[in-house]
Design a binder for this molecule. Sequence first.
Ligand code: ACO
Length: 354
Amino acid sequence: MSAGLDGIVAAETVLSHVDGQAGHLVLRGLPVERAAESLDFEGITALLWQGFHPLGGRPEELRAAIGRARVQVAVRLPALLPAIAGLNAVEALRLMLAALPDGNPADDAVMAVAAVPVFIAARVRHGQGLDPVAPDAAAGHAADFLRMMTGVPAAPMLSRALDTYLVTISDHGLNASTFAARIVASTRAGMASSVVAGLCALKGPLHGGAPGPVLDMLDAIGTQDAAPAWLAAELAAGRRLMGFGHRIYRVRDPRAEVLKRAVAHLSSPRIDLAEQVEKAALTALARHRPDRPLETNVEFYTALLLDAVELDRDLFTPVFAMGRVAGWTAHVMEQEATGRLMRPASRYVGPMAA
Ligand code: ACO
């Protein structure tokens, strides 16, 4: 038995490869560093979908289809927005995605990808008492998201940074949310249901919920000099340092470096403090757990990047979903094409009838 399924191979995939010892991530044959440099969100989605979707491998046609689907999905907003009162950003996204039907998997994949930014942006504006901004079918996905949220076109460097982020986190082996999506897909429940399962798993602080708390940590530390004592006190209290540690990586998460470089192009008020806190945290963690390599994970610089793109911290997990939905949908299609109903075994340790 392996309680956290460590080392258990539950699927074969052509989508991504994570080498946790060397610190490499390959997305459909491309190292993440090259993918982030050369592709935008629609480009990585087309690459991931290649062989599984009619528009896979055809980025321009997929770009147009996603743009049209953003417009189509926005028609649902008047019916959905009243239902999200009182929900936080990720709960609201969960509710709105759950309202999408399970129909034709190819159409549903495009719709799921298109829906995430439309829903996140509409909820932000709804919370401010503002009407949604209509999607622009001709715009890039990242740029249109920022415009739908604020009502004005975003600076190209912000859209580019967001695109880099979305590509960097688009897929990552059989992580918890992708596994959840594949389990649901293995029952043939459908695309929308599988994507909702992925989002539910992503929501937790041990997975996609970490970057908001990373900024909270930087705020609480405040100055570089305060870092060592603050971090030591957290560890002594038995708490985990957010943005550090990973189930697979035993070295620095390669995505952390890609995102750190992207943040360097933006004006981030917290970057100097973050670099010092990262150093202090690595020292503290090495002292705390000399037996267990605990390195920086993707969430640390995700927090810095999304903050510099001027997103509120409650949007960090929903925006993670905006990128990861490319991977979830690809895995669902791969599972449907090649997989088998997932049904592991448990070992009964309870009482037996006398
Ligand atoms: N701070 C302090 N201690 C840690 C940390 C951390 N960030 N991460 C792991 N440890 C400790 C654990 O307490 C555990 O100690 P124990 O054996 O005494 O219980 C030991 O290291 C091993 O940790 P596990 O929980 O077995 O490692 P696992 O592979 O399950 O954890 C995880 C991976 C969940 C990411 C963990 O490192 C963590 O909680 N990190 C903080 C949250 C975070 O940054 N999450 C984002 C991950 S990236 C992503 O999902 C996209």
